[in-house]
Design a protein around this ligand. Sequence first.
Ligand code: ATP
Ligand code: MG
Length: 558
Amino acid sequence: MNIKKNKFSNNFICHIIEKDLKKNKNLSLHTRFPPEPNGYLHIGHAKSIYLNFELSKLYKGQCNLRFDDTNPIKEHVKYINAIKNDINWLKYKWYKNVRYSSQYFEILYSYAKELINKNLAYVDELTKEEIKSYRGTLHSPGINSPYRNRTVKENLELFEKMKNGFFDEGKACLRAKIDMNSNTIIMRDPVLYRIIFSDHHQTKNKWCIYPMYDFAHCLSDSIEGITHSFCTLEFQENRFLYNWILENTTIKNYPKQYEFSRLNLEYSILSKRKLKKIVDYKFVEGWDDPRMPTISGLRRKGYTPSSIKKFCQKIGVTKQNSLVELSVLEYCIRRELNQTAIRTMAVLDPIKIFLYNLDSSHKETFTVPNHPNKPELGTHEIIFTNTIYIERSDFKEKYEKKYKRLTLGQKVRLRYAYIIKAEKIEKDDNNNIIHIICSCDLDTLGKRPKNKKNPSVIHWISTENSMPAKFRLYNKLFNTKNPEKKEQFLSYINPKSLIIKYGFIEQKIGYEIIKKIKKSLNHFFQFERIGYFCIDLFSHEKNCLVFNRTVQLKDSLR
Ligand code: ATP
Ligand code: MG
């Protein structure tokens, strides 16, 4: 087949679609993204969003957003709002209105009655445990429920009673009558409806029976005219039931389900249920904590929609389950920020330097580029005076052969400025350094030292150009590569997943940020020699801007 080159590298799904298009010239691709509003979206959902929305764009079709809201106990409007917000942020537009499975409850109920009328569904009064044990295993067949042979009339009456609240929760359910000997366990009389006495965020107290995912999903797809229903591999077996329900009801559209591998990401949990535990037990500050692999967490960490899409494109879509390296995700944002982030200096763990041969009135202004090779990103000014901050880790009292930064008697160059030499240190009574006394060679601006090679360059900030800032350094949330595989996943949380530092940023940059914060713009920076950071719009503290580390300058995982 001759498929046009596309961002999916012609994966197996494109082959399926192209084949279908060839068979049916009038086919208009219609996909959907169907989240359950029981938590925030994570990067795994981004993979599914990317697939569904980009395919619909590529083939000039449509993509619906449908909340699969069949379990009122776990769902909440706050999740609906967060999910819509995340999809909007990713700059995807769903087709027409947001849909809810719950808006079809009435129609679904009539399809259930249709199955009963065809003697293909019955009301069962076994307990949940009994149903489970009657179901059998991969090696043993199931056992028919003693309620399986009720008459159609009796079943219709009982189902009506279920709907009217006659039965307590767990006392009755509607099951499809398929085959208790089926090799596919899911086809052994699956439950279609259960009783839940709980208000629903959309339908309030109208219903006390709720369709199961398998019953609602295929029919909702059909009602919406979905042509291709993509889901993850765990649903492979459910496809038999998906098709059985469609074949046995008088629906008009026959969507087809196709499965692809779910995203698993190193050092991350991608399951809303487990992520909720991390939030509930307060291992993080919330669903949008930058350590979370949620879309909102990544956003707050400084990821952009384009970096997330790039990641989805890179990992592709296959049928093989794998564990994607975290460095792939980090690469995508680092690559982008390398092009777009403003370069500036910040000192995260400051120590003071006093340049003794300069006057206290010495003040110079240098204009420095915002980006080393993008003049269009402009310039900003830095101030040089006789008292500056440098990074504590850029100084060692004693000379060490391999240590190339500042030590007593040795020289370094201050970025964009002069070469200085450490002469002396002053300590307090507890042997802590108060400041380092250095000499400054004013003859070295933009010049190599005579007959010598250039010393290392370190970053710095003048005390007169400094603004206090808080830096949040995020590390992996888990200590183990595949926490999904660990039963006690919470015991693998990295106690050093967040390290906080108080230091300084350039004051002139700080003022610019404060001016723009009001416009809610995100700001991305490369703090030279330190890493990529973004301003945290949600938590500036009094007199102190807060920065989140998006990613380190180099891949730390290798
Ligand atoms: P979770 O376990 O996180 O709740 P889920 O599959 O139950 O996942 P849904 O809200 O039902 O969550 O998912 C909506 C869509 O996103 C589904 O089509 C599902 O297949 C897809 N999806 C969920 N997790 C992943 C993942 N890790 N990789 C790819 N797609 C995913
Ligand atoms: Mg689900």
